[in-house]
Design a protein around this ligand. Structure first.
Ligand SMILES: [Fe+2]
Length: 284
């Protein structure tokens, strides 16, 4: 496992490939992999958000925007992203069966239903998921629920890692300390939002892209990108799924224990990259 620190957007493929069994030294090293012709396709599958690679150079702002975007594939349909780690890799914090069902059944279902909901719909078909979420209204129930479901779960997988946990560093740590008065206070605010979300939903750490961080929560599969639906908007940089399907097999009714253990697997480097990307995109 490579050390993850101080990377650039253009290096994110290294990060995601480093977490993925098929691209470790068993078959080829990362440099060899990046020399292959399937870089972009494979990276896009590995990274639920568009991966930026050395073979896909653009401006830094473009790379940042891609990092934050869930895009459809060349056929115009959304696809279920592969997990960047084995389903059992997050144990004991999140068990294998939960991961398999959550990813392979629940998330796959959102993707399938989203594609069905936007097919032939001139408002949404062919758009990035971020664009769809920014324009969806409460009249578009299928797109709202399944578009949110696809985005939210894609982000969720990307901000967890078997080597996660600990505390954020660098600029992200400074931002959290400045906004919340310390990591422990942020942790308390985020955990409270997750534990007190009534029924099913999500808790988020969001940024306005201009230095402000907030903890918020949304019901069902809504998220802070749905500016025509939710009241508190922003770019999610961390999210926790508090639907019972995310934890019930292992934790039953003890949502608080699941939330506490989620902190053991948070990929703070990925969260920091999303913060950097959001700030870069928001610059004029
Ligand atoms: Fe879920």
């Amino acid at each position: 496992m490579v050390k993850l620190s101080g990377y650039k957007f253009t290096e994110l493929t290294f990060i995601y490939s480093s977490l993925s069994e098929p691209f470790t030294s068993k078959n080829m090293n990362k440099r060899q992999f990046l020399k292959t012709g399937g870089v972009i396709t494979a990276a896009t599958v590995l990274n639920p958000f568009y991966a930026c690679t050395t073979a896909e150079k653009g401006t830094s702002k473009e790379d940042a925007a891609k990092l934050l975007t869930v895009a459809s594939n060349q056929a115009g349909e959304f696809v279920l992203p592969a997990l960047a780690f084995a389903p059992e890799a997050l144990e004991p914090n999140i068990d294998k069966m939960t991961m398999e069902i959550h990813h392979g059944k629940h998330h796959a279902g959102y993707v399938r239903k989203l594609n069905a909901a936007i097919k032939g719909n001139a408002t949404f078909e062919g758009k990035s998921l971020n664009n769809i979420l920014a324009t969806v209204t409460d009249a578009d129930t299928g797109v709202r629920n399944n578009g949110g479901g696809h985005y939210n779960h894609s982000l969720y997988w990307s901000v967890m890692s078997p080597s996660g946990g600990g505390a954020p560093a660098g600029k992200l740590a400074e931002a959290i300390n400045g906004q919340f008065g310390g990591f422990d206070k942020f942790k308390e605010a985020f955990s409270t939002a997750a534990k007190t979300r009534f029924g099913s939903g999500w808790a988020w750490l969001i940024t306005d892209g201009k230095g402000k961080l907030s903890v918020t929560s949304t019901p069902n599969q809504d998220n802070p990108l749905m500016s025509k639906i939710v009241t508190e908007t922003g770019t999610p940089i961390l999210g926790i799924d508090v639907w019972e399907h995310a934890y019930y097999l292992n934790y039953q009714n003890k949502r608080g224990d699941y939330v506490a253990n989620f902190f053991n697997v948070i990929n703070w480097e990925a969260v920091a990259a999303r913060l950097d990307a959001a700030e870069m995109v928001s610059k004029a």
